[in-house]
Design a protein around this ligand. Structure first.
Ligand code: TXA
Ligand code: MG
Length: 346
């Protein structure tokens, strides 16, 4: 089965009605959001959920996020929208944030990996919102990649991973943020960030005196509360080493490691900022943006990780960034992409 890839220029496009029909009939449609592309299916239909797991090759204990269009859908799938959740939604929804709340009976346990909570998100993307509205059901949507691979931020990246496994891809251009939504557990007395994203800890701290971060994110060896965070993830095909620490010595440190590998006859790929790329002048370089503008890095990072997939490199050397603001999300993805294989520069 080869899927249809349709460029969407307006939410009036008839392809959206066709896509909604696929969803209503238990089919799978990939669609753009402001974070990454999602692989959507009817979130209240457990057969659609199992198709999603199968298409991605995803372990079934890793629950899905339900994407909603309005408050009515929220109240259908969540038992109690507590004051913490209300505060977060007023400030940041629609937007790149997912809330964990107690689920209602209507949500199949296959969608939540057997948990009694559900992940809910209202995306800030017109195509996504119109697709949910026309489908008239919450849409379960993990990132539209094969499990373990970098998340797709373009329709082409979705196509490369899933073209023979799903019904349709809606092409809405490149995603704005480029890293997945911030996940916040709203079931405890203080908000806990289970996955960092574009809504940062600093932003949540403007609303709440205390905001916790799941210890698994900062590298502690504990079981993460978001089941998906325990898997090796976001990984390019080649092995990757992450360089962390002093930016003054970054180019020098990468150059020296690169020389070592090249002496052994290995082909090296670089994932770095403009600043470092300029100093190194290496032919196999994917530039992710500018250290002064973390949003450029977030939006390019997954395309950079995918860049080397057809280039046959033996090893990728990647430049890290700060862990402030959205930098925490970028570093979290780079740590996982490298399997926590870091070199620290002082
Ligand atoms: O930006 C995003 O969130 C994208 C777009 C498509 O909306 N979606 C996305 O979905 O990143 P996915 O499936 O790749 O990641 C969902 C994460 C997983 O780590 C999963 O374990 C966690 O959310 N999750 C889902 N339900 C949960 C729950 N009830 N409790 C804790 N974690 C949950
Ligand atoms: Mg994912």
């Amino acid at each position: 089965m080869e899927c249809e890839l349709v460029k969407i220029n307006s939410i009036k496009d008839e392809a959206l009605t066709k896509a909604a029909d696929f969803i209503k009939n238990g089919g799978l449609v990939a669609f753009p959001t402001e974070t990454v592309y999602g692989l959507g299916g009817d979130g209240l239909n457990s057969e659609a959920a199992s198709k999603i797991y199968k298409a991605k090759g995803r372990p079934s204990d890793n629950p899905l996020i339900l994407h909603i269009n309005d408050q009515k859908m929220l109240h259908k799938i969540v038992n109690d929208v507590n004051s913490m959740a209300k505060k977060i939604m007023t400030a940041f929804c629609p937007g790149p944030i997912t809330l964990i709340l107690p689920k209602s009976d209507i949500v199949p346990s296959s969608v939540t990996g057997g948990l009694n909570t559900v992940a809910v998100r209202m995306p800030d993307n017109d195509i996504a919102r119109e697709l949910i509205r026309l489908s008239n059901t919450p849409i379960a949507a993990p990132s539209a990649n094969i499990s373990g691979r970098p998340s797709p931020t373009t329709a082409q990246a979705v196509y490369n991973d899933l073209h023979d496994r799903i019904d349709m891809i809606l092409d809405g251009g490149a995603c704005h943020f480029g890293v997945e939504s911030t996940i916040v557990d709203c079931t405890e007395d203080v908000p806990i960030i289970l996955r960092p994203g574009a809504i940062t800890k600093e932003m949540l701290e403007e609303l709440f005196p205390v905001v916790k971060i799941d210890r698994a994110i900062v590298g502690d060896n504990v079981v993460p509360k978001a089941p998906g965070m325990k898997y090796k993830h976001y990984a390019p095909k080649a092995n990757m080493i992450l360089f962390e620490g002093s930016s003054a010595k970054m180019a020098e440190a990468i150059a020296s490691k690169m020389a070592d590998y090249e002496k052994e006859g290995k082909k090296v790929g670089l994932v770095v900022s403009y600043e470092v790329a300029e100093k190194l002048q290496h032919e196999n370089t994917a530039i992710y943006g500018n250290q002064e503008d973390l949003l450029t890095i977030a939006s390019e990072i997954y395309e950079c990780l995918r860049f080397f997939d057809d280039k046959d490199v033996d090893i990728i050397l990647a430049e890290g960034t700060t862990d402030k603001g959205i930098g925490l999300a970028i570093m979290n993805r780079l740590h996982k992409a490298s399997g926590f294989n870091s070199i620290f520069i002082d």
